[in-house]
Design a binder for this molecule. Structure first.
Ligand code: BGC
Length: 759
């Protein structure tokens, strides 16, 4: 339907109808006014499958796909696309017009209860995966709701807390994944989160819902509140939150009154109605009446995605398992696998295949429970059986994970530990069976003080309904693992940069680590982690070579290409992940910034001996920081490194790149006698005069004997970093003083005037 027709229909609504149209008909639908042709649209939960709740007792069964934390580990946006498309097709078959997902919130702390619903601690990876998912759902003609916008990084007091985040951190860490999905995939809706951002509820936050989202990023869709997140209906409309969910008819009158008494411009109300109607019309028009979905196909897609998402964390050679060996599969979690987390994202699967089911025809495999997932005490009979099986086998494979209830919407985890019962079993099995493999089912990182005991460790995250078959194929080598961690695994919870301020004081949560989230902190701090971001092993080996840049220097506005070769030098076919980081020296006083940041990645399949070249294109945003003074992205000049990493820590290739300084506000501000010299030096036009003055100063200082003897001074110049030392930290008037009248006062005045008048 055209914009004109939408407007025409909205103009036919009464004021009361308009007010009512900005909230749901019920928990899952928009309103309908049949007399003017307005039909209801149905929306249901995702993101890792369809959770269509018919009523309190009935939820439609659907394919449970791997959760976002798993899909992200594939580092393959095409798989996110496939998942999105399949979910879209399921929505078509179930007459759902919009799926409530994906979630691209940044994982600030490993404890956030909803981490399993989110992709990564890195905005670039989260943005790419989210974009893939949204494009996939769209391909099926279904709408999405990108959530939870914004800074919804914890469940504790999620409905009242205020995420206190500085502007630069917002722009560089918490906004970019949303920005990327908005710009690259134009999602139909964004879901305004429960929390406040810097004191204002997201739903009433005009800065984020309108100024940034629509005016800066060019967003054309609608904004939907999270369920029950609107506290002020009029404020929401003014901010740009178009639809308040669920049904809040009891407050419609506030809107009607506000229009009548002139405190709400009816045009803003009209705009919200138009946005909701455009959404409903678009998605209803794309509905395919009579569509069906083949759930066997859904299951196969779920399995395929999980195969690429399993991360091999350790392997002393015991994996893949050999068919002629006796294998003991142990663990309650091998029978009842954790395929997803709890809360609104808990999909009722059509058919889960556990690893025990998947291996039931293998004669060389025994299975037993070993422990009870929810128990706090060891069950001696189960333990005894496990030890017997382990001892009699050639290899023991133990499935572990946190209590099922621990990872869910509504609360945060309280630690990163495995239950004591499971740790006890790891130790006991190791004592009777040296060949021990641990398989982890998790939504977030775990501490692993026991890491030295097993010979191999696989992390399968919450892998959806095909997880059992996928892990069976990885264990026995039918599938070569190629997942990589989309988040850092700290050694201890206390090492995480948000540790001191998570979950805040009362309702105030200061994001005091700033831009140093996840690996940005660990790498800059040179802090040891258990496994770095991007880490993942394979049953084969890859060699990276020939990193080439299309230019030796870069300036804002350019594009630069980086190419690198990757070769499979092992004996098995496998998928290599090429990760590109932009590395900078930390010593940059324009922006305190992480030593490296992910700016490109690509996964390539390689046969043994095969080599492929991968090319990345870098642009201004690959190098820029958000300059709060300029309210814009700015590139700081200096010597950068383009790095190819096996992960965020192990950089295997590096190429230098000189980046030309963009006009940074420090240098743009009015120059006075109180301006610091290092800022003046950023202005190319200042160089001849300043260099002359510094040379004169050098002679004066030498005569005065201020800087010690000549030899010491020369040696110091060699060893000291060139920037921000000596005279560079002084202000202009110090230089005037130290040139002892050799430059006339009028000349200085003229110099300052010239700098301030330049274009
Ligand atoms: C959750 C949303 C979800 C909605 C509807 C809320 O509590 O935060 O993610 O989509 O409920 O179930």
């Amino acid at each position: 339907m055209k914009e004109k027709e939408i407007k025409a229909i909205v103009s036919k609504m009464t004021l009361e109808q308009k007010a009512a149209y900005t909230t749901g008909k019920n928990g899952w639908q928009t309103k309908d006014y049949p007399e003017i042709g307005v039909k209801p649209m149905w929306m249901s939960d995702g993101p890792n499958g369809l959770r269509k709740q018919i009523d309190l007792a009935n939820t439609v069964k659907s394919t449970a796909f791997p959760t976002a934390c798993a899909v992200a580990a594939s580092f393959n946006p095409e798989l996110a696309f496939e998942e999105g498309q399949a979910i879209g097709e399921i929505c078509q078959a179930e007459n759902v017009q919009m799926i409530l997902g994906p979630g691209v919130c940044i994982k600030r702390s490993p404890l956030c209860g909803r981490n399993f619903e989110y992709y990564s601690e890195d905005p670039f990876l989260a943005g790419k995966m989210g974009t893939g998912y949204v494009k996939g759902v769209h391909k099926a003609g279904v709408g999405v709701s990108l959530k939870h916008y914004l800074c919804n990084s914890q469940e504790t007091r999620r409905m009242t807390s205020s995420s206190e985040v500085d502007e630069r951190t917002l722009r560089e860490i918490y906004l970019p994944a949303f920005e990327m999905v908005v710009k690259e995939a134009q999602p139909d809706t964004l879901m305004a989160s429960y929390n406040k951002i810097n004191g204002t509820y997201a739903t009433a936050n005009k800065y984020f819902m309108t100024d940034v989202l629509r005016n800066e990023w060019g967003y054309k869709g609608a904004v939907v509140s999270d369920w029950g997140a609107t506290h002020d209906r009029v404020g929401a409309i003014k901010a740009g939150t178009d639809l308040t969910m669920e049904c809040q008819d009891r407050t419609n009158n506030e809107i009607v009154e506000a229009v009548k008494n002139g405190t709400l411009d009816v045009k803003l109300l009209d705009k919200c109605c138009e946005n909701v109607l455009a959404l409903a019309t678009k998605t209803l028009d794309a509905h395919k009446e009579g569509a069906t979905f083949d759930y066997d196909k859904g299951h196969q897609i779920a399995k395929k995605i999980e195969e690429e998402s399993i991360v091999l964390l350790k392997n002393d050679g015991v994996l893949p398992l050999k068919d002629n060996k006796k294998i003991a599969i142990i663990g309650d979690l091998a029978y009842e696998m954790k395929i997803g987390g709890g809360g609104s994202a808990a999909v009722q699967s059509t058919h889960v295949v556990s690893v025990v089911d998947a291996l039931k025809d293998k004669k060389n495999v025994t299975c037993c429970h070993g422990y009870e997932t929810l128990a706090v005490k060891v069950n001696p009979e189960l333990k005894e059986e496990a030890l017997k099986n382990a001892k009699e086998a050639d290899v023991a494979v133990l499935f572990v994970g946190q209590y099922t209830v621990m990872e869910s919407e509504g609360y945060d985890r309280w630690d990163m530990k495995l239950p004591a019962v499971q740790i006890d079993l790891i130790q006991a099995i190791k004592a009777v069976q040296p060949h021990l493999v641990i398989v982890i089912e998790n939504g977030s990182p775990l501490e692993m003080p026991w890491i030295d005991l097993p010979e191999a460790v696989l992390d399968m995250y919450f892998g959806g309904e095909g997880a059992g078959e996928a892990i069976a194929d990885v264990l026995f080598g039918k599938v070569n693992p190629s997942g990589h961690l989309p988040e850092s695994f700290p050694l201890r919870l206390e090492d995480n940069p948000s540790y001191l301020s998570f979950v805040g004081e009362g309702d105030i949560v200061h994001y005091q680590e700033g831009v140093f989230v996840g690996y940005r902190y660990y790498e800059t701090k040179k802090a040891k982690v258990l496994f770095p971001f991007g880490y993942g092993l394979s049953y084969t080996d890859f060699l990276y070579s020939d990193l080439k840049l299309s230019s030796k220097s870069f300036k804002a506005g350019d594009e630069i290409k980086a190419s690198v070769k990757v070769k499979n030098v092992g004996k098995r076919e496998g998928k290599a992940l090429v990760q590109l980081y932009v590395g900078v020296g930390f010593n940059d006083t324009d922006f305190l910034r992480p030593v490296r940041e992910l700016k490109g990645f690509e996964k390539v399949n390689l046969k043994p001996g095969e080599e492929k070249e991968v090319e990345f294109t870098l642009n201004k945003r690959s190098f820029a920081c958000y300059d709060v003074k300029a309210k814009d992205w700015k590139v700081a000049g200096g010597d950068y490194q383009i790095q190819i990493g096996k992960d965020a820590h192990e950089i295997v290739l590096s190429a230098p790149l000189h980046v030309i300084n963009e006009d940074i506000p420090g240098a743009r501000e009015k120059v006075t006698y109180g301006t610091v010299i290092c800022d003046i030096e950023k202005i190319p036009e200042a160089h001849p005069f300043i260099d002359k003055a510094i040379a004169i100063m050098g002679q004066v200082v030498e005569k005065m004997g201020l800087g010690g003897d000549k030899k010491t001074r020369e040696a110091m110049m060699d060893i000291m970093p060139k920037k921000n030392t000596g005279i560079e930290v002084q202000i202009l008037s110090t230089l005037v003083m130290l040139t002892q009248g050799a430059i006339k006062p009028e000349e200085w005045d003229e110099f300052i005037k010239m700098l301030n008048n330049r274009k």
